[in-house]
Design a protein around this ligand. Structure first.
Ligand code: FMN
Length: 334
């Protein structure tokens, strides 16, 4: 049987199959089920910048002291319909999860601006988090803001969290940069030890009944895994970081592909939400069965063996793939 042990963020993991942030990692009973099903680590749901800023705003309102945000702006903070979702309960979850689980517990901060909220990184470390994941979810809508300014913002945010904590730091980003590879290198220079590729952006919809802009959360599909697969394959060997694959991994075969591309770990959310936390054991069994057929003995042996730098035709991860895909579709037409 293949040895599943691996390292991520300097932590020893018993398996590269990790539960990414989702409601399943927000409760002790499902966290235990994920551990029982073989999770190598768990990422707790994010503490959102809005939760912290909103909390501080409410406190300042009660204390009647000035805060650097207007009452009008305070009204814009999204009301998060999350049960018991304040910063205190998130910090409590970290320490309870640490007590309840043997696998590493990664805490997550999610935001877009530099501000006092990043101090929570320290509190998360104090609460016992083994590592931090910083999810930068920023939608740049102002035409006067250049790509360079947006990138600087990411880098400054990572630097400011890095300054506050000793524990390893992973950064979760989306794929929308002019140069993903350059951005990845900058984030690593700024102090990220791992990159989580990718954040899955959720897009608004318009309801034709209510004529309201509506949030819509659809779980991922397997086709989405090819985006992290491409970029991890390209970055492995070029950027000195650990890589976590996120988005579109639903099965053991998906995990195998992402490990071959160069991922250190593969993260799962949608398929576990759909099939339950126990499904992680099925995913692990499928990965092990596939590895046995290929006579792979360890994750080390698998990892990156099909990354771009190991590929006979490196452009298969670049433009050549596009040309070949179009040509193969045309030639399959009757
Ligand atoms: C209901 C739900 C809640 C999520 N909450 C968080 C979160 O708190 N923080 C975060 O970084 N990602 C969050 N995610 C994103 C997942 O961690 C993951 O990156 C994304 O769903 C892509 O992986 P998947 O294809 O396995 O679902 C959430 C996803 C879902 C579906």
């Amino acid at each position: 049987m293949m040895d599943l042990t691996t390292k991520y963020l300097g932590l020893d993991l018993r398996s590269p199959l990790v539960a990414s942030a989702s409601p399943l990692t927000g409760k002790l009973d499902t966290l235990r089920q994920l551990e029982d099903a073989g999770a190598g680590a768990v990422v707790l749901p994010s503490l959102f910048e809005e939760q912290i800023v909103h909390d501080e705003f409410e406190i300042q309102k009660v204390l009647g002291t000035g805060l650097d945000i207007s009452a009008e702006a305070g009204g814009y903070f999204p009301h998060l319909e999350l049960e018991d979702s304040g910063p205190d309960s998130q910090l409590r979850l970290i320490s309870e999860a640490k007590k309840a689980l043997d696998v590493p517990v990664i805490a997550s901060l999610n935001g877009a601006t530099q501000g006092g909220w990043v101090n929570y990184a320290c509190l998360m470390e104090e609460a016992g988090a083994d590592a931090l994941e910083l999810n930068v979810y920023f939608v740049p809508t102002d035409p006067s803001v250049s790509g360079v300014e947006v990138e600087d913002r990411y880098v400054n945010l990572v630097e400011s969290v890095r300054e506050r904590v000793e524990v390893p730091l992973a950064v979760k980003i989306g794929p929308y940069f002019s140069s993903v590879a350059h951005m990845a290198a900058r984030l690593v220079d700024a102090g990220a030890e791992a990159l989580v590729l990718f954040n899955r952006f959720l897009y608004p919809d318009i309801s034709l009944e209510t004529l309201q802009v509506e949030p819509r959360l659809q779980l991922s599909s397997e086709a989405e895994l090819r985006l992290p697969l491409r970029w991890i394959a390209i970055l492995r060997g070029q950027v000195a970081a650990d890589f976590a694959a996120s988005s579109g991994a639903h099965s053991g075969h998906d995990a195998a592909k992402l490990l071959l591309a160069g991922a250190d770990i593969v993260m799962f959310a949608s398929t576990l939400l759909k099939n339950g936390p126990g499904h992680l054991a099925t995913i692990r069994d499928e990965l092990l069965k596939w590895a046995e057929l290929g006579e792979y003995e360890s994750v080390d042996q698998l990892r990156g063996s099909m990354s771009q730098s190991h590929c006979p035709n490196p452009d298969d991860f670049g433009r050549a793939n596009y040309m070949k895909a179009l040509a193969s579709y045309s030639s399959s037409l009757p």
